[in-house]
Design a protein around this ligand. Structure first.
Ligand SMILES: [Zn+2]
Length: 305
């Protein structure tokens, strides 16, 4: 028996990536630049990349798409996308018309969480929180192998909640955020936020990767990472209190900072409302491929059999 073919597309601000999967195996893969600012060209680029991976895989598949944002349940239109040319568009219906089949869309952080929960680092765990720590900060929740989308399609969007802090931390009001508020978790935990925090305290212009590298021998960079780890521990403790996940999987560029996995769980005990914390903090198994893999997993094999 042949496993059903499932196509996953990750629609990013700078690139569109697609895979064709059978089971957990990727059987075809393509990547093209995003037609920035051009909605009609974006629809055509997605149609072309789906046709390309289907041609290579030799079949017609289900299509799931991860987007930087969400379809608003209130309007049916894209919201919360940093790829602003998608905002206000009926992307799901336009793609269904162009591809001639039903299409499932989900937020890219939700796709990441789904990939890691189904056949990734947290495979088989009942409740999984996936975190993207990159240019922005996002999150997704998977419960028993299914994305929890939510009534407003924002479940897991913890990056725009305030960083939990105490008066002595000196973190209020915090940096202003593009969402209109100040002191959002994203303004402390994104890659640019880490770099800005280091520059403000210690000068220089190191990016997040350079700070992580320098921290091996430089006291200032080490201090910056210790502030970052403490903030991440506080922010994740609120997730543990609310969701009590079995695992939290980190993704995005900052997930490559190896010391986070040892240091943050030592710190979050103090902030979580529990005698001990059994939640595991995990490295991603599929790395940058989790976006496309999770998009493909928006269709389950049993639905396609
Ligand atoms: Zn914000």
């Amino acid at each position: 028996m042949t496993l059903p073919l499932r196509i996953g597309v990750d629609l990013g601000g700078s690139k569109i990536e697609a895979v064709a999967m059978r089971g957990s195996a990727i059987v075809a893969r393509r990547r093209v630049a995003s037609p920035r600012g051009d909605y009609a060209a974006t629809i055509e680029a997605i149609a072309a990349i789906v046709a390309a991976v289907e041609g290579e895989a030799g079949g017609r598949g289900s299509v799931g798409i991860g987007i930087p944002g969400a379809i608003s349940p209130a309007t049916g239109l894209v919201k919360n996308a940093n790829s602003t040319w998608l905002i206000g568009k009926k992307l799901d219906r336009d793609l269904e018309a162009r591809l001639g089949r039903p299409v499932r869309l989900a937020n890219d952080a939700n796709c990441f969480a789904l990939s890691e929960a189904i056949d990734g680092a947290a495979a088989g765990m009942p409740v999984v929180f996936g975190v993207i720590l990159g240019t922005g900060v996002g999150g997704g929740i998977v419960v028993h192998g299914r994305v929890l989308a939510g009534a407003n399609a924002i479940a897991g969007e913890w990056g725009h909640s305030p960083l939990p802090s105490w008066p002595e931390d000196g973190e209020r009001p915090g940096p202003s955020c593009y969402c209109g508020l100040s002191g959002c978790i994203e303004t402390f935990l994104s890659g640019p936020a880490l770099a800005a925090d280091h520059a403000a305290r210690h000068g220089g212009a190191l990016d997040a990767a350079a700070i992580a590298e320098a921290a091996l021998h430089d006291a200032a960079a080490d201090a910056t990472l210790r502030r970052y780890e403490n903030r991440l521990a506080r922010a994740l403790a609120t997730v543990i209190n609310l969701l009590d996940p079995d695992a939290i999987v980190l993704g995005g560029g900052l997930s490559r900072i190896e010391r986070l996995y040892a240091n943050v769980p030592l710190l979050w005990d103090r902030y979580a409302f529990s005698d001990t914390v059994a939640t595991r903090l995990l490295r991603p198994r599929h790395g940058d491929a989790s976006g496309v893999r999770g998009a493909a997993w928006l269709w389950r094999e049993e639905e396609l059999a």
